[in-house]
Design a binder for this molecule. Structure first.
Ligand SMILES: Cc1ncc(COP(=O)(O)O)c(C=O)c1O
Length: 439
């Protein structure tokens, strides 16, 4: 059997089939492209489930009280929410829209957590009405608003406080969130976090059950988790002494990396687990805490590898000695990450997957922007119009950040597995695009 190039980036079911085509979930990707058109997104259910189990297993093997809460901003869809529920994984939401996805499948409210630096009163009210398990509060304004909303309903809402530990996790400037200069959370360094603990404990309709931080994404380094856990747990001990804080729950957030290119693969899930659990247990020992419920919030790591973007090659422009542009029929409308974060991707030719990938090209989208480049300087076979390109690791932060720029219709999504494909989102139509406008 031909070996699959980039196998470590593709879904776990990916292989080269007898036609020398890329196969995922038991289905020929080239056939799927001709049946459903391109661009097309595939999500492999076996990979999603394997990642859910990897997180539950790796953390659960080391620590008895673990709750894995998938961060649905990475990709929110009712079919995915169903899988998460079946895998006993909770969900983080950051908007009424993401909450609506959870509600659409009657996701158990006690396994939901609401994040965000400026949640609207309407969103908070919906969350409280749905009896959401936790809200991670991010500001003094939210403490006051949420206390009023819960009080008006005669409820006591469980909350965590998001603190910011002033730790740089060495990710992209736009995706680092644990530093002092961030819009997220109460700073420990400035004293805001202590004030927030004091205020929250004094509010009658809120039950402060723990602390949360999130350092950024994706984090290829382990040390920042360790450093932040030590720092935040020392803060928790001080808050217990000074204000009577009870630490029932503790969350070091998400940020677990995924492999986009073969020369930069993430630490394995058990390595993250070992680092986080060791640091937490050591801090519990040092400060005489009973072990709190450990909440981890992987987003990208659950879905990135499961997703594959499938495009058709169109125009090819070769500038001798400079660059060869291979344009595809997708781009920044379905994947904005290269344009905003300089994210790197790999590409493979699905209909000639067994051929040497040795032609150096730049894969451009069709959108009217020079910055609409999906992958710079990647090697694929010498392609021609109509060839099918597959970009692995496309499952996270692509579809949720997609847009209708240039009045593009967003692509369909297929959930694939065991030789079957289920359309979990159809391609948008021009009617969809015009539905909210008036002459
Ligand atoms: C609070 C919080 N938790 C979890 C995540 C998920 O991060 P990742 O997808 O890198 O795991 C994010 C992402 O921004 C976040 O803001």
């Amino acid at each position: 059997m031909t070996t699959l190039p980039g196998a470590e980036l593709f879904p776990i079911t990916a292989r080269v089939n007898a036609e020398h085509h890329l196969e995922i979930g038991g289905l020929d990707v080239v056939d799927l492209a001709s049946e459903h058109g391109t661009p097309l997104y595939l999500f492999d259910s076996a990979t999603i489930r394997a990642m859910c189990r990897a997180f539950r297993g790796a953390f659960g093997d080391l620590y008895s009280k673990v709750h894995v809460s998938y961060s649905s901003k990475a990709f929110a869809n009712p079919a995915l929410a169903r899988i998460l529920e079946e895998e006993d994984i909770g969900m983080d939401v950051v908007s009424g829209g993401e909450l609506a996805v959870a509600r659409a499948v009657r996701f158990p409210p006690k396994h939901l957590n609401f994040h965000g630096n400026n949640k609207s009163p309407a969103d908070l009210a919906e969350a409280v009405d749905y009896a959401i398990g936790r809200i991670t509060v991010d500001s003094f304004h939210e403490l006051k608003t949420l206390n009023e909303i819960a009080g008006a309903r005669g409820k006591k809402q469980r909350i965590l406080l998001r603190v910011s530990p002033s730790i740089d996790a060495h990710t992209h400037r736009l995706t680092t969130t644990g530093i002092l200069d961030t819009k997220f959370g109460f700073s420990i360094e400035t004293g805001a976090a202590e004030e927030a603990v004091k205020v929250a404990l004094g509010l009658p309709n809120l039950a402060l059950v723990g602390l949360h931080f999130h350092l950024g994404s994706p984090l290829f380094e382990l040390e920042p988790y360790e450093e932040a856990i030590q720092y935040v747990m020392a803060f928790a001990a001080k808050m217990r002494e000074r204000h009577g804080l009870k630490l029932e729950e503790f969350s070091p957030g998400g940020g677990f990396a995924a492999g986009y290119v073969a020369d930069r693969l993430p630490p394995a899930v058990p390595e993250y687990a070992r680092t986080i659990v060791t640091a937490l247990e050591a801090a519990c020992d040092a400060h005489s805490f009973d072990e709190p419920l450990l909440i981890i919030e992987p987003g990208r790591a659950i879905v990135a590898r499961a997703g594959v973007a499938v495009y058709a090659v169109g125009a090819i422009k070769d500038i001798p000695g400079v660059r060869k542009y291979v344009s595809v029929n997708g781009g920044m409308g379905d994947n904005i990450r290269p344009a905003i974060y300089g994210s790197k991707y790999s590409a493979f030719c699905a209909n000639r997957i067994g051929e040497p990938h040795d032609d150096l090209v730049t894969i451009a989208g069709w959108y009217c922007e020079s910055g609409d480049v999906l992958a710079r300087d990647v090697k694929i076979p010498v392609v021609k119009p109509g060839d099918i390109l597959a970009m692995p690791a496309s499952g996270a932060y692509q579809i949720p950040m997609s847009s209708n720029y240039n009045m593009a219709r967003r692509p369909p999504i297929l959930l694939v597995g065991e030789g079957k494909a289920k359309l979990i989102r159809r391609r948008e139509t021009y009617e969809d695009l015009l539905a909210t406008s008036k002459v």
